[in-house]
Design a protein around this ligand. Sequence first.
Ligand SMILES: Cc1cc2nc3c(=O)[nH]c(=O)nc-3n(C[C@H](O)[C@H](O)[C@H](O)COP(=O)(O)O)c2cc1C
Length: 188
Amino acid sequence: MRALIVFESMYGNTRLVAEAIGRGLAPAEVILIPASQAAGVDLSNIDLLVVGGPTHVHGMSRPSTRRGAIDAAVTPQHILHLEADAAGNGVREWLDSLHGLTCRAAAFDTRQEGPVLLTGHAAKSIGKHLLEAGADLVSGATSFLVTKSIALVPGEVRRAEAWGAVLLQRSTAAPQHPFLNTGSLDTA
Ligand SMILES: Cc1cc2nc3c(=O)[nH]c(=O)nc-3n(C[C@H](O)[C@H](O)[C@H](O)COP(=O)(O)O)c2cc1C
């Protein structure tokens, strides 16, 4: 099985989660690509597409929120490390270019810990875009949590690895379930 993980990350947390999901997906062949470099990638030979990004203003990032994240990293109050691809396109722009998918897929995000009603989450919109592009979702939208100081909550890397293993198992099983229609999150 071949899996592609397309992720967006400003400060590195979503990248760490994407890498952990990739480890969980082994022994599948796993390719990880930042969203900013994913334009034109051939999806015809991908069995499972996993897409994730940070939650910005209750949903997927936009150019304006990514600019805000860059500005916030360099103020005296913050010493956040910016990812090399932080200035590029995010998952929203990449998802807009997708159509005619025939693969299975799953969506995740990172968001601040706390009630989802207060934080919002990007993964549900990511999953909706994947479904509309024709993908067959194998999981409900799933969030991985960061602290107020923008570090992954302890245990989230291990949870991401476990989620990757679940995706592998569901991607090799049939039939599929309409996860998005439940409106519920798998976790967090
Ligand atoms: C401009 C901006 C808006 C944000 N809005 C939200 C939000 O609405 N809800 C939330 O839970 N986290 C919010 N966050 C926190 C991000 O979700 C968090 O920084 C991100 O998950 C970290 O992932 P990254 O290190 O991969 O960028 C926001 C962060 C930024 C920079």
